[in-house]
Design a protein. Structure first.
Length: 349
């Protein structure tokens, strides 16, 4: 491993230290950020560090600021690294990071701080995908991990494209389910990287079906079809699953007009995944996905994008905005980000 998590932690916190120093060194010139947006990160989920106050040592020890620690996967640099296609692209994205809002309501960025080149150097090795060996001695790329709660939740574009170059089939996972995970995978990663998935696999388990029911599966299938995807439903078989249960699930899925396969690799390893793999190959060769149909247009307004996602994917009847949300949307539009994709977040509850 190249140490991508450690490098991202170091790069993120280096920006924080340089920003704090810039504020301290330029305060007598009247420089002030009315809102500091950039905090710190740590690869430990430490609840007591989520909200802290820094610079309490006195006039020579910095400026007192409200800050806090997020986990490293929640760093904007993690998301940037995983969407970048080259070192030059990485540097450009780093330059555009908004660190705070000045008193005149303009943004202060890493480019204004003048350290984008140095931060990019810290990430020169981290941008290279990790090539690892599975327990059955096959190759796999493991690279990046943007926090799927708040970021796009997909591995790096570079790793995905390398996998597509070195193998006949590239399989990648989108964080969370076929709503939040799939939507961000298609609308953000695939759109930005120019990817066209040949098929999509929806994973189910007997335990999840008992809890959530078939209506949940059918809604996920509808969501995936809305993106033009050809779908394979894969049952992850566990030892407690009887052949009778598997047959019932197979019959229900096939009645919905969707390909079905059982993955027995939890018990049998790679041999147990052969049926599943062959089903994917058959679908891709005989009836692959249509060209991607996104949930919204890039030129839609932020509100239109949000409402399209909420109606099409979450099937909401209406979207209402708090006063704070309205202010944030106005700020985002004023920053020139109105044409950016929308990255949906969820609570952990």
């Amino acid at each position: 491993f190249t140490g991508d998590f450690h490098a991202i932690t170091s790069a993120h916190n280096m920006i924080t230290a340089l920003l704090d120093n810039y504020i301290y060194q330029h305060q007598e010139e009247g420089f002030h950020l009315k809102q500091v947006l950039w905090k710190r990160v740590l690869d430990v989920n430490d609840r007591n560090l989520r909200y802290i106050t820094t610079g309490q040592g006195g006039p020579k020890d910095g400026v007192t600021l409200q800050s806090g620690f997020d986990i490293t996967p929640a760093s904007e640099i993690m998301a940037i690294l995983c969407l970048s296609t080259s070192l030059d692209d990485l540097r450009t994205r780093i330059e555009n990071i908004v660190l705070g809002i000045k008193d005149d309501d303009t943004t202060f960025t890493v480019k204004d701080l003048g350290v984008a080149g140095a931060i990019t150097v810290l990430l020169m090795d981290a941008i290279r995908p990790n090539l690892v060996q599975t327990t059955e001695k096959t190759a796999a790329f493991v690279h990046g991990g943007p926090f799927a709660n708040i970021a796009h939740g997909c591995n790096s574009v570079i790793a995905t494209k390398m996998a597509m170059t070195y193998g006949e089939y590239a399989i990648t996972e989108a964080g969370f389910g076929a709503d939040l995970g799939a939507e961000k995978f298609f609308d953000i990663k695939c759109r930005k990287a120019g990817l066209q998935p040949a098929a999509t696999v929806l994973i189910v388990t007997s335990a999840a079906l008992e809890i959530h029911g078939w209506s949940n599966v059918e809604r996920h299938l509808d969501n995936l079809r809305s993106f033009g995807q050809k779908i394979i439903v894969c049952l992850n078989k566990f030892p407690q699953d009887t052949e009778e249960v598997i047959a019932d699930i197979r019959a229900h899925v096939e009645a919905l007009g969707v390909a079905f396969a059982v993955n027995r690799s939890f018990v049998e390893g790679g041999d147990g995944a052969k049926e599943f793999a062959q089903t994917v190959v058959d679908v891709v060769e005989n009836g692959p996905s249509l060209p991607l149909s996104y949930a919204y247009s890039q030129t839609d307004t932020p509100k239109e994008k949000i409402e399209q996602i909420c109606r099409k994917i979450y099937h909401a009847s209406e979207v209402t905005y708090s006063e704070e949300a309205e202010q944030i949307l106005s700020t985002v539009s004023a920053m020139g980000a109105a044409e950016f994709p929308v990255c949906m977040a969820k609570t952990q509850y």
